[in-house]
Design a protein around this ligand. Structure first.
Ligand SMILES: [Fe+2]
Length: 152
């Protein structure tokens, strides 16, 4: 099933990437701290892009009452997300710790823009934990019920 990741989430991830890259380019203590954020964030984003975000692409169709047999393929992704969730939450903790270091460096450099960025990225992760990950998992649970797909 060819699912396009929700454009709004793609745009948000891209914007976070661009802002992080820009912060790394600032160099010095702030740049170094931003590079450490990127180290832990990159592997995390790869997992999200593979199995965390794609199931969310089905939400509008499912909410409109459209359930198609080929959607069953997405259950493989949501089962992976369920299995990987503890690791993804631990990655969020590691990112948050690196962001705290970045925010401290930004305060010393009087960079309100970078401080705002660290808060934006934390809010993004909070939204994932409170809304996006649970919604993605529910897509899979719903498809298993509607299509009689056995749990893997
Ligand atoms: Fe995340």
């Amino acid at each position: 099933m060819n699912t396009q990741n929700p454009a709004a989430l793609e745009a948000e991830h891209n914007e976070l990437h661009v802002r992080l890259e820009r912060t790394i380019q600032m160099g010095g203590e702030v740049g170094d701290a931003a590079a450490r954020v990127a180290e832990v964030l990159h592997a995390h984003f790869v997992g999200e892009e593979r199995y965390g975000v794609p199931p969310l692409a089905l939400l509008p169709a499912l909410a409109a009452g459209r359930v198609e047999r080929e959607m069953a393929e997405v259950v493989t992704l949501t089962e992976t997300l369920k299995a990987e969730l503890p690791k993804m939450l631990a990655e969020h903790q590691a990112v948050a710790a690196a962001l705290d270091d970045l925010a401290a460096a930004a305060r010393r450099a009087n960079s309100t823009e970078v401080i705002a960025f660290t808060e934006q990225l934390k809010l993004h992760m909070q939204n994932e934990e409170e809304v996006l990950y649970p919604a993605a998992i529910l897509v899979g649970e719903y498809l298993k019920l509607k299509l009689g797909v056995p749990a893997e």
